[in-house]
Design a protein around this ligand. Structure first.
Ligand code: FAD
Length: 433
């Protein structure tokens, strides 16, 4: 009997330590140094944060997303899920633990597909937490459909020359390098004709046109860049993996990235539920506490059930990834998690906000940030609709059509068959009456 929902006691101790550490030491960074997670550390900020990273390393919890063969601690996805749901409470926690998106996914593909030189140049400093990276794939006119991408790289002697526009390239302005997905062979299908390049951000021709902010962020101060690649010349060694391998590489990257977001979303949703419950027990209005009112009880019950379902779904999918060690085999469930994620966070954060009344919608509480976060989850790494399509296609693979006019489960025919099967007993039944 292999199913088991208990955490190994030794690892539980690790999680308990992480939980207290994040609440006491890391969550305050969100308020002391807001929106600066992806800005290189310097001065007093470095003095505050380096010792925290050091403590995480000392405990063996640094960069747990990668296996030992790829330069990490090798915790596997299930243990990572249990840790990540703690880190999801805080914006800074993934940085302090060396497992922040998009760097985790970027590190993963360099570890899988990079040459030794590329690993030395990009992966090692990335794992060291000293630099940031950017994944530059989406194009302004093409969005979620990579088959429409036009950014291209053309060979020129030993070099490649990249031209085109990329949109929503997160952290480009502070990243040391970009992983750019481009067309290298327009004569074959996009699935065979696209490649990935590792491009230092200071390469001539990499022009950040503007940094787009999310709603609520001051104009011009966002972290999602529109980049024009104008005759960006890179050497042949900048190619990541083989020519034409971009789609395969993208799937490796996005599979891991999506499930890691989901793990952290559990933590953020739990935080919203915690706040909802505290407020419900604390606030009294119109003759009783909020927690005594059935509508509010409904919010709490629905949120608890939704979060429990989601958590089990994420942990199960993480367990599957560990078991198969092949994202393709778990594609359906990763997509299903991606579909569920924005709704769970949105619903719980929205209810928690409502229970807090007017205070809930102010900039003194985090709920609207969470609701925006939920909307982001429904787009980043692909829109919900696209993932629903993936789930449906994968689910349908296990089914076959029937040639019959009536469905297989059509009851008149099944009833007739059942009566024939148990005819002797049915006759006895009648006889006994
Ligand atoms: C905060 C944030 C960070 C991001 N970071 C990065 C990054 O670092 N690097 C990067 O390359 N990209 C990044 N993205 C871009 C993200 O991957 C795209 O937003 C996403 O792929 C959708 O593209 P689009 O926004 O152009 O929407 P579109 O492709 O225009 O889609 C718009 C809407 O159309 C509908 N739709 C689209 N396709 C289908 C379909 N097949 N079936 C049914 N309906 C459909 C959906 O409702 C969808 O929301 C980020 C996005 C966000 C919001």
């Amino acid at each position: 009997m292999a199913w088991d929902f208990e955490t190994d006691p030794e690892y539980q101790k690790v999680l308990d330590w992480a939980d207290e550490f994040v609440r006491e030491e890391v969550e305050p960074l969100d308020l002391a140094f807001p929106h600066l997670q992806f800005t290189p550390l310097e001065g007093k900020r470095r003095d505050a944060i380096d010792p925290l990273k050091e403590e995480v390393r000392r405990r063996g919890l640094w960069a747990t997303h990668l296996g030992p063969e790829l330069g990490g601690q090798g915790y596997g996805q299930l243990k990572l899920a249990l840790l990540n749901e703690i880190l999801g409470r805080s914006q800074w926690a993934p940085i302090v633990f060396g497992c922040q998106a998009p760097d985790t996914g970027n590190a993963e593909i360099i570890a899988h597909y990079g040459t030794d030189e590329q690993k030395q140049k990009y992966l090692m400093p990335l794992l060291g937490g000293e630099l940031f990276s950017c994944y530059s794939m989406t194009e302004p006119h093409a969005g979620a459909d990579p088959t429409l991408f036009t950014t291209s790289a053309v060979r020129d002697g030993d070099d490649w020359v990249i031209n085109g526009h990329k949109f929503f390239s997160s952290n480009a302005s502070t990243a040391s390098f970009l992983i750019v997905m481009v067309v290298t062979n327009p004569d074959v299908s996009a699935y065979q004709g696209m490649s990935m390049f590792l491009v230092p951000t200071d390469t001539p021709g990499v022009n950040i046109i503007r940094n787009v902010g999310l709603y609520g962020e001051p104009e011009g101060q966002g972290s999602h860049a529109l980049i024009h690649y104008d005759n960006v010349r890179v050497p042949a060694e900048a190619l990541l993996g083989g020519e034409g391998q971009a789609f395969v590489i993208a799937q490796t990257r996005l599979g891991g990235g999506r499930i890691h977001h989901a793990m952290r979303t559990i933590g953020m949703s739990q935080r919203a539920l915690d706040m909802m419950c505290e407020r419900a027990l604390s606030r009294e209005t119109q003759g009783s506490r909020l927690s005594d009112k059935q509508f509010v009880q409904g919010y709490i019950a629905d949120s608890y059930a939704q979060l429990l379902q989601f958590r089990l779904m994420v942990l199960y999918t993480a367990w599957e990834i560990d078991k198969y060690n092949d994202y393709k085999k778990v594609r359906k469930d990763i997509a299903a998690v991606k579909v569920a994620m924005p709704t769970v966070l949105h619903d719980i954060a929205w209810r928690a906000m409502q229970v807090h009344g007017a205070l809930g919608v102010t900039n003194e509480m985090p709920f609207l940030g969470m609701v925006t976060g939920a909307a982001v989850m429904g787009l980043a790494d692909g829109p919900t609709e696209v993932h629903k399509t993936t789930v449906a296609k994968q689910v349908l693979r296990d089914y076959r059509p029937t040639d019959d006019t009536w469905p297989t489960e059509w009851e008149p025919r099944k009833r007739e068959a059942a009566r024939a099967k148990y005819a002797d007993y049915l006759e006895n039944e009648v006889g006994n009456l």
